[in-house]
Design a protein around this ligand. Structure first.
Ligand SMILES: [Zn+2]
Length: 264
């Protein structure tokens, strides 16, 4: 069970990429908005069991789950199951993508096939997509181009170059940034102000969050708030203005209202 708290000291932030079901002691404030993700069919039922209208769920198959040829491990069956969910409720597809760290266990070709099928499914039902990529920008970009996607998509935890960012933006994508970007001061300063207001999303990828040393004792909510604060400061805007920007983009991505005052 995912636990939500009544802690309302902070503004109603949107976390545009999180794994709520991977850390049940997260004590997530119940007035935040969450785009929660599942990376494997094993996680779909627990995500769908979350009964909270502050949560929008993405169901997908991440490259980390692959361990053999697609047909041998029954991905076709899982994709049918995913299509069943897609038909019956508002969900997104993700996280899915390409990760070259797993090419040994799940070849580039197989990862590409699986991604292609998930992109097609999202396109068929006009669902938002959350993409994961590690050292695979070319393949992600060519897949997006080949599929001529018209549905909305975001690259989560974006850590690419400014040039790659531009190519994704040219394809109409959203770029979601996580504290991971603070690993490199140079990367952070390059990207944080480069992403235009109408394409920016903000996430933690909690519990897989990179925590800078000075945030070590922070709760989940404080981490997300401090990340918003850090971005707002770098973009020289007020944190509430940043939140408006992110909420508006999140609403467009998921095609759902994210009413900031719905439960306050
Ligand atoms: Zn993730």
């Amino acid at each position: 069970m995912v636990s939500f708290s009544k802690y309302r000291e902070l503004p109603p932030l949107l976390d545009s990429h999180i794994h709520l079901t991977h850390d049940t002691d997260g004590m997530y404030p119940d007035h935040f908005h969450y785009f929660t993700n599942s990376a494997s069919p094993d996680g779909w039922s627990s995500i769908l069991a979350i009964d909270n209208n502050q949560v929008f769920s993405f169901l997908g198959i991440h490259p980390e789950c692959g361990s053999g040829p697609i047909d041998d491990i029954g991905w076709e069956v899982h994709l049918k199951e995913l299509e069943g969910f897609a038909k019956s409720q508002p969900i997104g597809i993700g996280e899915c993508g390409i990760d070259n760290r797993y090419y040994q266990s799940f070849t580039k070709f197989e990862q590409h096939q699986l991604l292609q099928q998930q992109l097609r499914l999202a396109e068929r039902y006009s669902l938002p997509i959350t993409l994961h990529h590690v050292h695979a920008a070319e393949m992600i970009i060519s897949s997006l181009k080949n599929e001529r996607l018209t549905t909305r998509f975001m690259l989560h935890g974006f850590y690419g170059s400014k040039q790659t960012a531009k190519r994704i933006l040219d394809l109409g994508g959203f770029l979601s940034i996580s504290p991971n970007l603070l690993r490199s001061k140079e990367k952070f300063s390059q990207l944080v102000s480069y992403i235009p207001n109408d394409r920016l999303l903000v996430e933690t990828d909690y519990p897989y969050t990179y925590i800078p040393a000075e945030w070590e004792d922070y709760s989940y909510a404080e981490v997300l708030y401090t990340w918003y604060e850090t971005i707002a400061k770098a973009r020289v805007i007020d944190i509430h203005a940043l939140l408006d920007i992110v909420q508006s983009n999140g609403k467009i991505l998921t095609n759902t209202p994210l009413d900031r005052r719905s439960i306050i």
